[in-house]
Design a protein around this ligand. Structure first.
Ligand code: AMP
Ligand code: ZN
Length: 112
């Protein structure tokens, strides 16, 4: 499949891997927007949240709990943000669903 994140999961494109289990994979964002910027992706290829199904409920929750664990490992005790961009107008550029874990600096609200 011609998907950059599927290739990262498979190891055919290199990444800085930070976490892996049977359902999820996490790696450092190549263009970090904060001191900590991790992408958490399901191993299952779901193009975007708009294409997730009711059977994906536990998987989507699992990604959030992986983010929580990685936030603790990166000592983000003052707070952090998880972001899921769905669709072009939201700024999604890679169409394999992914959760951004961003932290290590003061966040602004609302996001741009
Ligand atoms: P989004 O704009 O929400 O689709 O996020 C896509 C993210 O993937 C961006 O933050 C990119 O910097 C990141 N990205 C794209 N290619 C790579 C790559 N090869 N390795 C790591 N991160 C990547
Ligand atoms: Zn994919």
């Amino acid at each position: 499949m011609d998907c950059i994140f599927c290739k990262i999961i498979a190891g055919t494109i290199p990444s800085k891997k930070l976490y892996e289990d049977d359902r999820a994979f996490a790696f450092a964002d190549i263009d970090p927007k904060a001191p900590v910027h991790v992408l958490i992706v399901p191993k299952k290829h779901i193009p975007s949240l708009a294409e997730a199904e009711s059977g994906d409920e536990a998987l989507l929750g699992h990604l959030q709990l992986v983010a929580k664990q990685l936030a603790a490992e990166h000592n983000l005790s003052n707070g952090y943000r998880t972001v899921l961009n769905s669709g072009e107008e939201a700024g999604q550029t890679v169409f394999h669903l992914h959760l951004h874990l961003i932290g290590g600096r003061q966040m602004n609200w609302p996001p741009g």
